[in-house]
Ligand binder design. Structure first.
Ligand SMILES: [Fe+2]
Length: 242
């Protein structure tokens, strides 16, 4: 009972901040134009690298790195040491425009890149249930975790859903006891009831190829779930420098 009261108060304060506009200073997510951060030429190179990864994987020329049941990734973990030096994803990751955007919108002094990867997600089989990061969760890395997601095609369904009201630093009372492995904090059934009461604040992120999004995944979120098309994307992850 005590947990519920504290959690409700935390969420209520967050809701008031959001209504009054205070939360806008620290975004939970933003949708941006690709052309604002990457040149046509650089985007072409990045897309070619993504397609090459997908094609080589599809032909069986490279073994897959299936870290989650529904995702194939180019690099096993996406740690910086694994990434090929000439991979165009590094140029994007170090782009001044992108880093300035993260600093400004997410109030981070020195965003530190710590992961980059390409993902190929085949369409979900009919009847498949949400698994791992497709379920509501908070990323495990810290109080701010900034992830940049770029899709190399229009996406016909949700890319991610995020609840700007519920974030790690505000709801330790709600989530602290429910860590599951190193993948994130997943709500138990009691916590899920509280979360369900705030469903109307959930933002559904939808994209076409012109856009990309940046999210602070220390907020409650869940990954997209497509039964329509396979999805080819890349992502970058930043943490505040410590
Ligand atoms: Fe996540």
């Amino acid at each position: 009972m005590r947990i519920k009261v504290i959690a409700f108060i935390d969420i209520l304060i967050e809701k008031i901040n959001l209504k009054l506009g205070f939360s806008r200073k620290k975004s939970s997510h933003i949708i941006c134009k690709k052309s604002d951060i990457i040149s046509k030429e650089d985007y072409k190179k990045l897309k070619e690298a993504a397609e090459e990864f997908k094609n080589r994987f599809s032909k069986g020329e490279i073994s897959s790195n299936k870290t989650k049941s529904f995702i194939y990734s180019k690099y096993k973990n996406g740690n910086l040491a694994e990434i090929e030096k000439e991979d165009p994803i590094l140029k994007l990751a170090n782009s001044i425009k992108l880093i300035e955007l993260i600093k400004k919108d997410f109030k981070i002094e020195r965003p530190q890149l710590y992961k980059a990867n390409y993902w190929w997600i085949p369409p979900a089989k009919s009847g498949a249930k949400r698994d791992m990061s497709q379920k509501w969760h908070i990323d495990p890395e810290g109080n701010k975790v900034i992830k940049v997601f770029i899709y190399f095609h229009d996406v016909s369904d949700s890319c991610m859903q995020i609840n700007p009201l519920i974030r790690r630093s505000k709801i330790s009372s709600l989530f602290s006891k429910s860590a599951v492995g190193s993948y994130g904090l997943y709500p138990n059934s009691k916590q899920q009831k509280i979360i369900d009461k705030h469903k109307n604040n959930v933002v559904d992120l939808r994209l076409n190829e012109e856009n990309f999004f940046i999210a602070d995944t220390s907020h409650l979120h869940r990954g997209g779930y497509s039964k329509i098309e396979g999805r080819l994307s890349c992502f970058l992850a930043y943490k505040p420098f410590r």
